[in-house]
Design a protein around this ligand. Structure first.
Ligand code: MF3
Ligand code: CO
Length: 258
């Protein structure tokens, strides 16, 4: 089945449920963020998020997600060159100057929320701080294009242009995606594209936009654990993600606490 066939339009009621999923997911990510400090392990960061999911009696769609082997955790915690899909581990300790990406999903009443951020551990180098700012800015630039009758290519191109005009690179191998009853629905939303091309956005579409940004070469490799994706050149990478609804009154970010 092609990605384009798996697009689902959500009703107002369904969007309200997705907003609830997004709030819980945001609370889990906030707890993960609060657990980030020098000496903490990536397993500690995962545990902080998991505690929130447990409090609400919900689970993460990441856990047991099919891949080379079922994904073993509720979150992905990726450090420095690791871009996405880092597996939390007790042995992986954060230190001052690192950056850490946390990606978390929530299933609430049958609907999925999916979001991620990258944060510094203490003070980081200025070019790395800028990498984080540009990636977050690219997410906002993409969200602003998520309007009725715009096309997927408008969103993709806005992200690409925001990043490349600042001298950084977008990933090609991984994309944003529709989100709803399944974590991955259509449409696929790359972080690069051509304005005016691709599917027309309609009210009730919900999309997880997720710019993944590299500093120099836009190439990735999968590490020996078969899940973790890292920059091929070993340079730091960043990832920000929100689940966002297209509505008649503009884009609505679902994955915030407020
Ligand atoms: N946010 C990621 C995505 O959209 C999370 C998937 S990780 C996995 O694909 F473990 F579930 F695969
Ligand atoms: Co996602």
């Amino acid at each position: 089945m092609s990605w384009d066939r798996q697009v689902s339009i959500k009703t107002e009621q369904e969007l309200a449920v997705m907003r609830q999923a997004g709030r819980i997911n945001a609370e889990a990510l906030a707890a993960a963020r609060a657990a980030i400090h020098p000496g903490a392990s990536t397993a500690d960061v995962n545990a902080a998020a998991e505690e929130v999911l447990k409090k609400y009696g919900v689970y993460s769609p990441f856990k047991h997600y099919p891949g080379p082997y079922p994904y073993p955790a509720s979150t992905c915690v990726s450090v420095n060159a690791e871009l996405v899909h880092g597996i939390p581990s007790k042995g992986r300790k954060l230190k001052e100057g690192d950056i850490v990406s946390v990606d978390c999903g929530t299933v609430f009443e049958g609907f999925v929320a999916d979001a991620a951020f990258t944060a510094p551990v203490g003070e980081v180098a200025p070019d790395v701080q800028r990498l984080l700012e540009v990636t977050e800015g690219a997410l906002q630039a993409g969200i602003q294009m998520m309007r009725v009758n715009n096309r997927v290519g408008d969103v993709s191109a806005a992200i690409q242009q925001y990043v490349e005009s600042r001298g950084l690179q977008v990933v090609r191998e991984y994309t944003g995606h529709g989100v709803g009853r399944a974590m991955h629905e259509g449409p696929q939303v790359p972080n690069y594209g051509v304005p005016g091309k691709g599917m027309i956005l309609k009210a009730g579409m919900t999309i997880a936009l997720e710019p993944m940004v590299l500093m120099k070469l836009p190439h990735t490799r999968v590490l020996a654990d078969e899940w973790t994706v890292a920059s091929a050149d070993g340079r730091p990478t960043a990832h920000f993600e929100h689940s966002v609804a297209v509505t008649e009154s503009g884009p609505v970010i679902l994955t915030t606490t407020d």
